[in-house]
Design a binder for this molecule. Structure first.
Ligand code: API
Length: 322
């Protein structure tokens, strides 16, 4: 029997999950749940108002929560976790311990599973950091994002009063990446090795200085990064800022005696939300496996046995990939 998946929220990420599900034969989309008028969604899938969700507890195995990280996920995710197993793409690294706690209480109480912080960072990159530190304990790690559009940061700006549209580009220091690749010593911290560039379309009558100040002083997302803010027209936004490319590198340089080893993971993504959705969908399969094993509660990506991510037996995986 197929695993039944529901989508909560129909922005870039929700649309990504809908698109990606077609590549997984063992998963099926039950419906999209939205706060908007379901008939207004531009989709061929079944769409329901959020209020219909409470009657669907028996029809859905896993809900993929596709709301934004600035407010939707921290305010609402734990409510869904009481009644459904969930997967989310929460991306506030600093708040993750709190999020884990909130979700663990809700999911454990409801005998559900909640996989938190999936996507590529947090997510795939986190796993690569774990592996590379485990394998090369004597060394140093570097993470670089971009150049590309961060969904999390763009969403955080869009939530500010006076902002109509926003795109945030994360810009890594390409000189520093080169220096690391050349084996030179660098003084790295994630803040000084990136800067952020934001393009904002203001609501009519909004005060640009107030909006700029709220962006550059926003904790977790912008402070203490160096951040440039540009105000543009809606037509310029629509012309130049609707691309969703992103990616980055996780690099660990480790030493065994005189020998140096470089462990590098690179992602180069045409569509940040569609790749983030791809990770969330594989994690939805894992959530079902945890449910079947009655291992309830919140899980991070570190807790997922790699085999839970693919629809394939151990025997076949050993034969094919080991
Ligand atoms: C950045 C990274 C990438 C975030 C990836 C994904 C997103 O500063 O660009 O929200 O787009 N934190 N979580």
């Amino acid at each position: 029997m197929k695993t039944k998946v529901g989508i909560v929220g129909y922005g870039n990420l929700g649309r990504g999950v809908e698109k990606v599900l077609q590549y997984h034969d063992d998963l099926e989309l039950v419906g999209i749940f939205t706060r908007r008028d379901p008939d207004s969604l531009d989709t061929a899938s079944r769409a329901y108002h959020m209020d219909a969700l409470e009657k669907k507890t028996n029809d859905i195995d896993v809900l993929i929560l596709c709301g934004g990280s600035a407010t939707d996920i921290p305010e609402t995710a734990h409510m869904y976790a009481k009644n459904f197993s969930t997967v989310d793409c929460y991306d506030n690294h600093r708040d993750m311990p709190n999020h884990f706690k909130r979700m663990n209480e809700a999911a454990t109480g409801g005998e559900n599973v909640s996989i938190i912080g999936t996507g590529w960072d947090p997510g795939v990159f986190s796993v690569q950091k774990l592996y590379s530190e485990a394998l090369l304990p004597n060394g140093e790690s570097y993470t670089f994002w971009g150049p590309g559009l961060s969904q999390g940061h763009s969403d955080a700006v869009r939530r500010l009063d006076g902002v109509k549209l926003a795109a945030q580009y994360t810009m890594p220091s390409s000189e520093m990446i080169k220096e690391i690749e050349d084996g030179r010593d660098v003084s790295y911290d994630k803040f000084s090795s990136h800067h952020r560039v934001v393009y904002v379309v203001l609501e009519e009558g909004a005060d640009a200085d107030i909006v700029r100040e709220s962006i550059i002083t926003m904790p977790d997302y912008f402070e203490p990064y160096e951040t440039e803010v540009h105000f543009i027209s809606e037509s310029e936004y629509n012309k130049n800022h609707t691309q969703l490319r992103h990616g980055g590198h996780v690099i660990r340089r480790g030493y065994t005696g005189d020998n140096t080893h470089t462990y590098k993971t690179t992602l180069d993504l045409d569509s940040n939300p569609e790749f983030t959705a791809s990770v969330a969908v594989a994690c939805a399969r894992a959530a079902k496996r945890f449910m079947d094993a009655r291992q309830f509660g919140a899980k991070s990506i570190f807790d997922i046995p790699p085999m839970y991510l693919l629809n394939e037996s151990r025997e076949s995986l050993i034969e094919r990939l080991l």
